[in-house]
Ligand binder design. Structure first.
Ligand code: PEP
Ligand code: MN
Length: 292
């Protein structure tokens, strides 16, 4: 006999239809959409974030990412611009009609993140920070929950259960690679969890090939693979000057490399019945009545 699942609210048995998280007109979790979140690992200065945001907005990306509070392995590494970073990110996003995705590391910063961001990211290191998850259950903004680098699918879904149990149903799951014996890549992208979690849960699943591989040139192929695996979206690190980046430069795409990738994603998306959120591609969408 099959063991009873320990989670409930996140399960397909509890809710059969896909949860769709709508942000800035993008419907994350809609099987006919492919949502791309892009931006630098960290907000570094005004020029950097405005340059990147403008470029991405011209391609039609609707969600900009950027860390202001950075969980760094070394305490000597750049820790993020904190409030100033959030203010710069919000200003750039507002100028170019983008929504903001940024990480929250602690309960005492939730209010501040809610003021500046549209989606709050929970990083891999915090997936089992239960006070944080409980507090995020009480906010009215979507939460992007990354998989813990050493967490099982069950632990990941139980972490999401905490947020739903608190009353917040707008949760996006993000696979970002796990720890294995392999050290040729930063992590091991566990793509098989995408179709698996889509059967176990109604929540949207997106993929972060940047943290997963740690290597810029491996990011586009893993993005294509993620689409083929059924991901609802991608979160990708891009930088105007990756060599100068204060964090994760080696895994950040050049802007023109990102642009070239979006062109392939458009073709690939069509094959899988998914239409990227890039404005340039909207004409290719099937006509669908607007849902409120
Ligand atoms: C990031 O997105 O820059 C990040 C720190 O992610 P993760 O928590 O997956 O390492
Ligand atoms: Mn990063």
């Amino acid at each position: 006999m099959e063991r009873r699942k320990p989670y409930q609210l996140v399960s397909r048995e509890w809710k059969a239809e896909n949860t769709v998280v709508t942000v800035n007109g993008c419907r994350i979790g809609d099987p006919s959409e492919l949502v791309t979140i892009a931006g630098p690992c960290a907000v570094e200065n005004r020029e950097q974030i405005f340059t990147i945001t403008e470029y991405l907005s011209k391609i039609g990306v609707r969600l900009i990412r950027g860390g202001a509070y950075k969980p760094r392995t070394s305490p000597y590494a750049f820790q993020g611009l904190k409030t100033e970073g959030l203010q710069l990110l919000r200003a750039a996003a507002d100028k170019f009609n983008m929504a903001v995705v940024s990480e929250v590391m602690s309960v005492d910063r939730i209010e501040e993140l809610c003021e500046y961001a549209d989606v709050l990211q929970v990083g891999t290191r915090n997936m089992q920070n239960y006070p944080l998850l409980k507090a995020l259950g009480k906010i009215n903004k979507p939460v992007m929950l990354k998989r813990g680098m050493s967490s099982t699918v069950e632990e990941w879904l139980l972490a999401a259960e905490y947020i739903l149990l608190g009353g917040n149903e707008n949760v996006i799951l993000c696979e970002r690679g796990i720890r294995t014996f392999e050290n040729a890549t930063r992590n091991t992208l566990d793509l098989s969890v995408v179709p698996l979690v889509k059967t176990l849960s109604h929540l949207p699943v997106i993929v972060d090939p940047s943290q997963a591989t740690g290597v810029r040139d491996l990011v586009p192929p893993m993005c294509y693979a993620a689409v083929a695996a059924g991901a609802d979206g991608l979160i990708v690190e891009v930088h105007n000057q990756p060599e100068e980046a204060l964090s994760d430069g080696a895994q950040s795409l050049y802007l023109d490399q990102f642009m070239a990738m979006t062109e392939k994603l458009r073709e690939l998306g069509r094959l899988f019945g998914r239409y990227p959120d890039f404005d340039l591609f909207r004409e290719h969408r099937p006509l669908r009545p607007e849902t409120p």
